[in-house]
Design a protein around this ligand. Sequence first.
Ligand code: GDP
Ligand code: MG
Length: 172
Amino acid sequence: MQNFRVVVMGTGGVGKSSIISKFMNDKFTEVHKETIEELHRHQMRFDSGSVEIDILDTAGSLQFPAMRKLAIATGDAFFLVFSANNPESFEIVKHLRDEIKEQKQKGQYSIVVVANKTDLDIEENHSHAVTESVVCMDWEEKFITTSAKTGDNIECVFQALEDKIRERMVNL
Ligand code: GDP
Ligand code: MG
């Protein structure tokens, strides 16, 4: 069976683990559990057969450049997650995106940019995080706003991944 690895990246607390948990188990918890590094396995069915999806939930270790490099090297796709009420978390996504583009060859990876926590009231002084995220629209990547809490658009993130895999299969 073909295998495809998704690396979920973004600074701590933006909701990476929550997005995965909501998608895999339809569960959301308010309690923030520090993730070490977790691998989740999911299967997607395509006309030409099933693909095994390994979803790597990353955590603090990715602050080390060498660890980031390794995660980027092994990933076929990347979910770059930030929190809609946190401008700094969007800056991190920009940096991660630059690093991926520097390290990988075009056509060898897919990126989905995710603005999470859209259920929160975005205060005036934070609203530029979302405005800024419109920058993503100019990026060639897919941009999706989600809430792991309400489940809003969580399916869309994985649907986008499915579409990207399908595109890649055609190109093989
Ligand atoms: P991670 O460090 O990126 O894996 O973040 P977590 O998934 O552990 O989430 C960090 C905190 O944010 C937890 O307290 C979650 O309950 C909360 N959280 C995650 N996603 C959402 C969301 O969409 N809306 C709200 N309101 N809280 C969220
Ligand atoms: Mg986590």
